[in-house]
Design a protein around this ligand. Structure first.
Ligand code: AMP
Ligand code: FES
Ligand code: ZN
Ligand code: ZN
Length: 295
């Protein structure tokens, strides 16, 4: 396999784009593609919180923004939530701290145990897996903390493969309101909701891994002990269609970008305990944490 630009040995094949690239031209191609996409999601002067878990996607996000900030007038900083998960959170946090010092990019860490007295494992919702509480906690904190730190928007590392998998799940279970949220840009529908951006919406997991690797960064090998080791059936099905019809996944995310499903206004109000936006009287975060009074 030869690089479509210079003819040197290619390190990645990109059949959806009818090309293969060497490491140097791949890094350039990834940056230019992501820059073109991100320009539609950011404004000059924006202070952007980059939500970094320590996984390959969010590291690629930080590496991309490290270049983007040199070229465009934006002010990114790293935001990490330490969930206190044994054998995982400490390693992830150390990795993010190292990333911050190597890139010279500001980092804010929210330590769940220190701030609330409870780590994720203390917050199980009945017999449900910890991931159920984790999703609620992360969504809440990724909005509240960066907003209080003066961010104009929050960027996450959601990739193309995540979007395609969620598309199958949301479509077949008729969760059209969730489908409507599968967008690279979500405006804040309440003064306390930060706009959310997904700059890696069209980037595959493989591209993100390659971008980390060919930027000379170590690929993380740690993973949350609660995450599934096996790929979901939807991921396997999407991979199979992609292998027979390169570009299929890209066409799904492009359709999501252009799809406008009418969702009813959710009627957001403020939580009677913490004051954060919610559709209920007490928000899910306060319920999980067991907060009953204002701090
Ligand atoms: P996940 O829901 O784990 O697939 O993560 C989706 C995105 O949420 C990641 O790409 C990150 O941008 C963000 N994220 C997940 N976990 C954390 C964390 N512990 N701290 C900060 N951001 C996170
Ligand atoms: Fe949330 Fe694993 S990171 S349960
Ligand atoms: Zn080349
Ligand atoms: Zn609340």
């Amino acid at each position: 396999m030869q690089c479509s630009v210079c003819g040197k040995e290619a390190v990645i094949n990109l059949p959806a784009y009818h090309k293969a690239l060497c490491s140097e031209h791949f890094v350039q191609w990834y940056y230019e593609k992501t820059k073109h996409f991100t320009k539609k999601l950011t404004r000059p002067g924006d202070r952007i919180a980059l939500a970094v878990s320590g996984g390959k996607d969010s590291i690629a996000l930080a590496l991309f923004f490290n270049e983007y900030r040199k070229e465009l007038d934006v002010d990114p900083f790293l935001f990490h939530i330490d969930l206190g998960i044994p054998d995982y959170s400490k390693v992830a946090r150390r990795y993010v701290e190292k990333l911050s010092s190597e890139l010279g990019m500001e980092l804010f860490v929210y330590d769940l145990k220190k701030e609330t007295g409870k780590a994720l494992v203390d917050l199980r919702r009945g017999s449900r897996p910890p991931c159920s509480a984790c999703g609620i906690i992360k969504r809440y904190l990724m909005n509240k903390v960066p907003r209080e730190l003066g961010a104009d928007s929050l960027a996450t590392g959601h990739n193309l493969d995540d979007q395609v998998e969620n598309f199958f799940k949301n479509w077949t279970s008729q969760h059209f309101d969730w489908l409507a949220k599968q967008k690279p840009f979500l405006p804040g529908e309440h003064p306390k909701l930060l706009p959310k951006i997904k700059p890696l919406f069209e980037r595959t997991e493989e591209e993100n891994m390659a971008y980390v690797k060919y930027n000379g960064f170590e690929l993380p090998t740690f993973r949350c002990p609660f995450s599934h080791r096996q790929r979901s059936k939807w991921r396997l099905i999407a991979d199979e269609i992609e292998s027979r019809n390169p570009g299929f996944k890209l066409s799904v995310v492009k359709a999501l970008e252009n799809f406008d499903y009418p969702v009813g206004v959710t009627g957001l109000r403020e939580c009677s305990i913490c004051g954060e936006p919610t559709s209920q009287d007490v928000c899910s975060f306060c319920k999980i944490i067991g907060k009953t009074t204002q701090p």
